[in-house]
Design a protein around this ligand. Sequence first.
Ligand code: ADP
Ligand code: MG
Ligand code: MG
Length: 255
Amino acid sequence: MATLEIRNLHVSVETEQGTKEILRGVDLTVRSGETHAIMGPNGSGKSTLAYSIAGHPKYTVTEGTVTLDGEDVLAMSVDERARAGVFLAMQYPVEVPGVTVSNFLRTAKTAIDGQAPKLRTWVKDVKNAMTELKIDPAFAERNVNEGFSGGEKKRFEILQMELLKPSVAILDETDSGLDVDALRIVSEGVNRVIASGDVGCLLITHYTRILRYIKPQFVHVFVNGRVVEEGGPELADELEENGYDRFLAAAGAAA
Ligand code: ADP
Ligand code: MG
Ligand code: MG
């Protein structure tokens, strides 16, 4: 049982026009076994939140805290965060020349667990996870992200999540660019991870489409760098029907 706690998080980036505050006091708690959706319009700072938790160097935390079971996540290096169990899909969007999917997964697993996985069970686990995600076995011998299609990248993300079993997984726009079949396969993978009960899932999305396949228990509406409303799945239904207008108007009035 792990708890990720975000308190009053303020984050800025340096732009050519100067310092720009993007996150303006985010409060959020995600426990392992829980599924949360963060929903907000484009440009509201959702990816910034994901990158900040993962430790992207471009994003400077100016105020607030992020802890995992009381440990200061913000004081950890990117690798330490991954080892502590914080997983960001898209953490490795770049190509890794000469490193195959198979090697990458084994190295990551070894780093996170602090010891190499038992070869026999590991090979079987990888094979099963790939079969369930309908990933071609030849994929394991390709170099990470080299020439991956959008759909292959997403499947690779879910494959990592299934095998690395993080405490908290952050999935940023996992639904974007997937056709209906791929979306279903990827969603089923996420649901398997959720059903294991060990992983807290933070699903970041602009559209409600993926929420037809993955059912969050908690929905947070994110506007203008902060959570402006929280509720259950019914909140996602309202967004599907009415969009973000009501929340944007309220945020505008408050600004
Ligand atoms: P979302 O994921 O909700 O679409 P982002 O977090 O990507 O929002 O971006 C929020 C705002 O911060 C946008 O106005 C975006 O242009 C700006 N922003 C994000 N990252 C950077 C960056 N590295 N440099 C400059 N501006 C950025
Ligand atoms: Mg504040
Ligand atoms: Mg984004």
